[in-house]
Each structure stands twice: as C-alpha cells, then as structure tokens.
Design a protein. Sequence first.
Length: 555
Amino acid sequence: MDIKTLTSNLSISPQVLVSEIQAIAQAGFKAIICNRPDGEGPDQPSFKEIEQAANQYGLEAKYLPAESGKVKDEEGQAFGQLLHALPGPVLAYCRTGMRSTTLWALSQAGSTPLPHILEASQKAGFDMKALVQRIANGGKTPPDASDASHDVLIIGAGAAGISVASSLLARSPMLDIAIIDPADAHFYQPGWTMVGGGIFEAASTARTMASVIPTGVRWIKAAVAAFEPDNNQIILEGCRVVKYKQLVVCPGLKLDWQGIEGLSDTLGRHGVTSNYRFDLAPYTWELVQNLKGGKALFTQPPMPIKCAGAPQKAMYLSADYWTRQGVLNNIDIQFCNAGAVLFGVADYVPALMAYVKKYRIGLNFGETLVSLDGPAKQATFMKNLADGSKEKVVRDFDMIHVVPPQKAPDFVRVSPLADAAGWVDVDPSSLRHKTYANVFSLGDVANTTNAKTAAAARKQAPVVAHNLLVSLGQIHGEAKYDGYGSCPLTVERGKIVLAEFTYGGKLAPSFPTWLIDGTKPSALAWLLKERLLPLIYWEAMLKGREWLAQPEMVG
C-alpha cells in the first residue's frame, strides 16, 4: 500500500484491494472513502467488495465517486461533509490518489489557508496548482474573468517593492504599475536595532503605506493567494485575478514565530523580546535598562535570515549600556548561534572578537533555540556535536533576545516560482527568474546568496528596473547585480563596524579607508547609521534617487 498523509485525520492512497483492508484497520484507520467509480478499470474491485471487507474489520466505508479530471464543486462539499461525519482517521482512495486529494483540497477551501492546502498536497505528492482559483473562491468554479491588468505588477510594498517602483518611474514616468500589499504601514526595519538600544523612538521607523507608494502607482490593498505564471496572472484572496506583462516578486520573508515551541506564548513578557518586531523593540530597551544582574541570552537561528548581524547588534548595544551603568560584571552574556562562525565574512571577525572579549560574552556555536518556557525563564537549545550527533542544552535567563527562524512566505514557497528551498528562483546577476522571463525578484525573498539587508535591496532595485524595461522593449543592455550587501554592526553606542561585501564575501567599501575603514570600529560610520541612512532610505531609496546605487552594465 502506498498511503500518503494529508492531515492528522486524513490519508490518501491509490486503489485499495480487498486483501489490504485488514492491514488498513491494523494501521489505525476507522473509515474508508472510495472516490473511484466502479468499472473504471479492470484492476479494481467493486465498492461493494471493499465495503464488505471493511465492515468485517470494523471500518465504515462510504462511496463518493468522482470522474477523473472532472471533479465537481458539489463533490468537494460532499467530501468535506463525509470527513466531518466519519470517525477518524480516514483513508480516501481513487486510482492514483489525485481525485481524493482534489476533493479534500476543495472541501478545505474557506477554512484552511490556500498555501497550507497546496503545501500538504505537495508533500503527499500531488500538485493542486491548477485548482488555485477554485480553492481561493471557496471551492467553487469562478467566472472566467480578470479584475485588472497592468504592465508591471509588484508583489510587496516593503523596501524592495517601493524602491523598484520608484526606479521604474524615474526611467519611464508613464509606465502602468500596480503594487499589491495588504499592510497599512511601512517600516524602516533597520532602525529597530536602534530602538532596542534606546537611540531611536519606534514611531520614527513607521509611516503610512499610502504616504510611501509613489504617485501614479496603483495600490491594490489585498493579499496574494497564488501565482499562475503560465497565464501571466496572480490570484488574490477571494479569487480576484490580476494579469500582468511583467511581474516583480518582493514580499519579504516570513518570521516563523511558531517555529520555536512556546515562543509565541511568552513574547513581550517574562523577559522574552525581539528587535525583529516593531512593537517589541521598545521592550528590549526596557529590559536592558532594568537588568542589573543575571543572565542575558542572545540567539541566532540557522541561515538565511534578514540582516544576519542584527542578533549581534542587539547584544553589543545592550552590553555597552551595562558597561556604562557599571553593572556588566554582574551580567552573564551568552550568544547562542546556530551557525559555526561569529560573522560570515572573516575580515570583520577580529574587530567583533575584540568586543566579545571586552564584554566577556560567551560564544556558543551550533546551538539552535527550539523551545522557551517564559514563566520558568528557561530556554532549550539543540546543540550540534563534533561527531554529528545532537544534544539538548537548557539555559536559564533573566532576559533573552530571540531571533525567530525565517523562510519564504507560504504563498511563495508553494508556487511555481520557488526553488527547492522555497525562495524565488532567480539568476543572481540579472535577478530575472530562471524559468519565467517576465518575472523578477529582489529583496529577502529571492534565492540570491547576498546578505538579506535593505542595503542589498537598494542596489537590486535599479538592476530590476533596468532589466524589466529591457524586457518591455523600452531600453537596451543588461544591468548586473554584484551581490552587494551592507551590515552596520553597532558594537557600541557611537561606533560601528561597517561591513560591506559582495558575492563570495568580497569586501566592497563605499568609502576610502582613510575615511571609514569598515574592518575597524568607526565613529563616522555611526554617524552614517544614526543620521544619514534613515534620510537616504526615506528621501532617496524610496523615491528612485539612486545615490551610489547606479546599476553596473554587462559588457
């Protein structure tokens, strides 16, 4: 038997034989649903035979036949009703399992998020992408019509989306562009480290979405349910269809707060905080100010994550404050990093290690946070050992700064645009999709190997803008992205190690070393971070002014 699990209550299989019913009962199933019409092929027993054998072993059996490739909306509804009424777990079968999976997918429309339906089906070996419009429409066949069509459709109105829209308009002011994003607010996320360190106010990092979307760009305030790149269209939640000539995918990434057991239950309480959330960064600063002694943990999950230096930034700024308050000797600081090195580009490590020693920080590599007990103030890590095995390490804390595991958004991971790891699969130089020539991606969701930072998006946006207009036939040549990323590491209040590098960890300083030597702590780099970069973000990057970001041309 080839039984595939869809949910805890439902599994799917190809044609079931009478001789297999006993094993199905012994496997714990309580009911069977047959979705294959009798007489469809010479290899199948009749449902009556299956039902008799099922009853013999205490299983309920129901007959809900569906024609291959022609599953009806009402059959999906009937399948859902059967699932609700039958004792579980249930095994549904047809010739291959495809019809049973289709019926389940339609039955879950409206109650289960579309990406979850697609992901569960994929894991079981069944592709439900052809059903996305029906699922998004509540399990019903939608009318064959699109709500809108645009020359350029941009998914996501974060740093990458707004920047590429502005860069496009700077080159082609009459271009028909729409941005899709359900959020009401736009955030300057690089500022949250400074909020957690008591330097910025949280409110200074937020603006209304309407205020940052460029004039002339249509804002579609909705969530994307699915991509249909073969038809040059996307499906919004509620089954609205939007068509495009060129698509730019940049919705950011998903912070998987549920990926650490107990974390969601205790965030913002019991000394558990994170600068990766706008509303929690002020709590970080509150905890830092109130801690006079005890244990402070700072965590970093497996890569990739946005701004890989951010976990350390929070730690160094906290330690600097405790130093200035004269309480550092009373505080045990531990950095628990799932990775094997302090920072991915070796040239910056000596400067960082000097601060690790100054603040007496314990480094714990190969440790991944897996669960949290806030009231008990205990954190459990899974540690990689030298022999390849793992062991659990439990650490007490008085405060803990948590960085959650991160992945591509659900609707991207299950789409035809994704690579095996779930990220949008693009050429690392042109940022064009490897399969769909009219699709581009930039920012955190792209599978490029650069650091996922706002600085990277600032350099990527002009490249995408140029190459997209080439695709539309408006200009010629090809722009190249070299993998530039920047990470201003706030090692103390008033000094920064300004890490700048391209693909392969090659150093790429924006300034001469006599002005700012990025491998050493710099007061001028701090001034850049505190005063200039927010201004550059709001007034240049988001408005298509490409200061130090003009794209490099190939050839």
